[in-house]
Design a protein around this ligand. Sequence first.
Ligand SMILES: [Zn+2]
Length: 476
Amino acid sequence: MADRRYKAQHGEDSKKPGGDRRRERYEEAPRHSAGPDKARKSEAGSQEKPAEPAGKVAGYIPQATPQARKQQAAAAAPGGSSHIFGLLLLIVVALGVCAFAWTRMRIVQVEINGSWQEVHIGTTIDRIVQSDDIAVNAGNLLSVTGNVLEQGRGDPYDVEVNGADLGYDKGSQYRIQGDEQVTIADGEDRTEDTQEEEVTVQPKLVFDGNAGAISYVSQWGTPTVKKVERGVQSGETVDGEIEQQGQDCVITKVNITPSDGQKYVALTFDDGPSKYTQQYLQILQAHGATATFFNLGQQVDSDPSDAQAIVNAGCELASHTYSHMNLPKQDADTIKSELTKAFDSIASATGVTTTMFRPPYGAFTGDCWIASGGVASVSVIWNKDSEDWRKPGVDKIVSNATDNIRSGDIILMHDGGGNRDEDVEALPKIIDKLHDAGYTFVTVSDLMKSDSSIPAEIADGTETMPEGAVWPTELG
Ligand SMILES: [Zn+2]
């Protein structure tokens, strides 16, 4: 056993043969407290020392040599630093514990809805509300427009700290520091989540004025592009920023009032051209008058030369639709086609590019305007109906056309649609009578031009929908 211990203590030396060497080393040993080694006992005589645990032996040998002392000295220095470091660490930990206790564990006072209570510092208001079971009503969940979507699904409660309203989200997570006055009240309503969208709002068709012989597009419609907030739950929207401001399409209905105070009337002939057209033109020319002819497209197609004769005579040529249907009873496609086909027939027969028309029977509703698609700019009816279609006699036609006439009036007669002999006889009388009353005969477009309330481009009767405008698809 002695050998084993010795070998462990001396490493390579112990492997070297020779008892003398072993003894030398043991002879140096007696100054130190002796181990329990039997060999050493026998050689060191009576120097008995309390036995040390076997494990301590390792610490014994290095002190026996100068080299070992150096090693021990070298080891001592770091050993001292460790102690200081440990002490500092202990202090830091102790301070940390104190700080934690001060900042997190200290008992503080807080006034909740008028009654003081003690809580740990840093306690959240939510925890206080839950443990105190404070009776408050939750707010409701509202749609983006303010409708109640779900009762009680708003903020659970509302928090006020020292007079400052923190709401629920911030207030419930508020940590008590001590001495606050806290008010817990009913929760506020919440508004559903929203998503921002860009929407294009198409113009609507609106009317300005209730009645009048002239209905014209006083304002073309353009779309509005805007941002809206759409409620994720309700789908409702509220308007946001407008990116492009559009406008509705406006149809203005008026009776014409010449702005210069002069007396103007307009003679109009429907349903032509016909075999009477040339006679009318000759009478008008002979009596120093002009007129407006609202021709049917199908008549123009079958008699383009008489349509051209109207233009050549200095009279105005406009549309009476293609085939004289009662338009309010037609579908949208038919209404639009009745207008476009007649404009096309007139243009191809005469080169006149009018957008003025007279609806058959004077019947043209808001829905008809919608259906038109914006191909027409002016709808013209009349102020004076000669009722020539009844064939009431020449004198009756004259009186119907002229009695109580006022400046700006439009007189309705017919060129076609039956026997027009009474009209041929009545026309010179009408012209003479109104001439005698101081009236000047003008075309419908010139009559519109005499009224400064009507935009010049509309009064021309040739206005078309401008670039960027959109024809409405619904009434406003
Ligand atoms: Zn007609």
